[in-house]
Design a protein. Structure first.
Length: 124
């Protein structure tokens, strides 16, 4: 059993852990959506699950995707057709633009390929 500590303040774990969880939850709920004054193309997608995905394309090689309370900064990846962006363990694949254009969020596998579908959406 350890009898001394280099830490001058001691908190019982049953008090510290719930506080840390509350802070992590509050920080995770904060989503940064760039203001409309930022340059680039913006689109909102309605998904089959009822959720919405907001996407901002600040340049040809990047996308910022907001899904489920997470803001994902993604970079353009190779695709046979459409635009495919990868980041945060997910990939966002769109084909075309304008109302009704499809967008699909996939899990991104460690070998660089697409995994299971997370969301299937259409641009509003």
């Amino acid at each position: 059993m350890r009898t001394h500590s280099t830490c001058p303040v001691h908190f019982p774990m049953r008090i510290l852990l719930p506080g840390l969880m509350a802070v992590a939850t509050a920080v995770g709920a904060c989503v940064h959506v760039p203001p409309a004054s930022e340059p680039g193309f913006r689109a909102t997608y309605r998904c089959e699950s009822g959720r919405r995905i907001q996407a901002w394309y600040p340049s040809d090689g990047a996308a910022v995707v907001v899904h489920g309370g997470r803001t994902l900064r993604m970079t353009l990846a190779v695709s046979a057709s459409g635009a495919r962006y990868v980041g945060g363990g997910l990939e966002w694949w769109t084909k075309g633009s304008g109302p009704g254009s499809p967008g699909t969020l996939f899990r991104h596998l460690s070998d660089g390929t697409s995994g299971e579908v997370v969301e299937q959406c259409e641009q509003e």
